[in-house]
Design a protein around this ligand. Sequence first.
Ligand code: ITT
Length: 207
Amino acid sequence: MLRYVTTNPGKVHEAEEYLGEGIEQLDYDYTEIQSDDMGEIAARGAREAYRHAGEPTLVDDAGLFVRALDGFPGPYSSYVEDTIGVERTWALASEESDRRGSFRCVLAYCDGEGFEASPDPIDSDDRVAAAAAGPDADEDAEALPVKLFAGRVRGELVEPRGEGGFGFDPIFEHDGTTFAEMSADEKNAISHRGRALAKFAEWHAER
Ligand code: ITT
């Protein structure tokens, strides 16, 4: 069974559209390292969750990037939603004349088996540490292979509209409709997560 590692049921709902009955949520709060690189955050999370669960794991790290705010809140989106919230994030964006933004999602897969992992520099530190530590190293230094799948969607920040979705969906508009005004199917067809999931589903089916 593939475990979709997140504390956010909204993500699982969207992932089910792609991965069907074959997944189960693992409500596990892995350590989110501080990094500008979402791939690195997700890769480390996937290894930690795999060690915790002992089953194949897929970690989903996502964020909202506002262009005129130099990509803020980006990798810190969760913290920003928890602290200032969605309305005040919109208030910040609304002061800018350029309201363009994007959502990004990185999925990180780990099943403890060898495969051609995503290339450096994503997990280069771990790999160097593992090589230096040798086969008897303690497991924290050991680099399990992780495969990364990324997706991105461009849009515009708008005043909150819509009741669906989760997180920043009400303030993110794509082609005239906010993500919160879309069904899960409609959002998946164009979203950052949908794009990453489509890539993962294709690779996983062949595996
Ligand atoms: P996990 O880390 O447990 O998966 P989380 O909700 O904190 O749960 P992220 O760190 O990936 O997940 O999310 C960063 C923030 O971005 C968080 O506030 C989410 O609500 C928000 N977010 C992620 N994907 C989103 C999406 O598709 N639509 C709207 N907001 C999203």
